[in-house]
Write a new protein. Sequence first.
Length: 137
Amino acid sequence: MDFGKTWRGKPVFGKNKRLRGIVFGTIMGGLTAVIVSKFNANTVVTLAPFWMGSLLGFGALLGDAIESFFKRRRGIDAGQSWFPFDQTDYIIGGLLIALPFVAIPLWAVGTIIITYFGLHLVIAYMAYLCGLKSSPI
C-alpha cells in the first residue's frame, strides 16, 4: 500500500499492507454483509447491505493501516503484537467509517468494542494453542 516508501527511515505501513488487500477486503466485507442479511427475515433485497459491509470492511482495513503506521514509528515489527491496539484498530476504524451513515447508540458502540476485543483475544489464544500463531496475543 505504501509502494515501498519510507518516512523518517521506516516503512510507512509495512510490507504486509497492500492495495489489493484493501480492495479485496472491502469487496469481501460487502459480500459478507449480503450473505448475513439473507438470514434476517426483515431485510429487503437492496444494495444497502453490500455498501454498508463494504464501508465496514474498508474502515476496518483503514484502521489497521493507521495502527501499522504508528507501530512502525515505535519500531514494532510487522507481526509483533502491540496490545491493545492490534485488538481494537479494526473495530474502531469500521465504526468511525460507519458513523456518518448509521446512528449507532453509545451503548452499542461500547458493546461492539468489548465483544470484539474479547473475541479477538479468545481466537488468538486458540490459534496459539493450535500452533497457528507463535504468541498467545
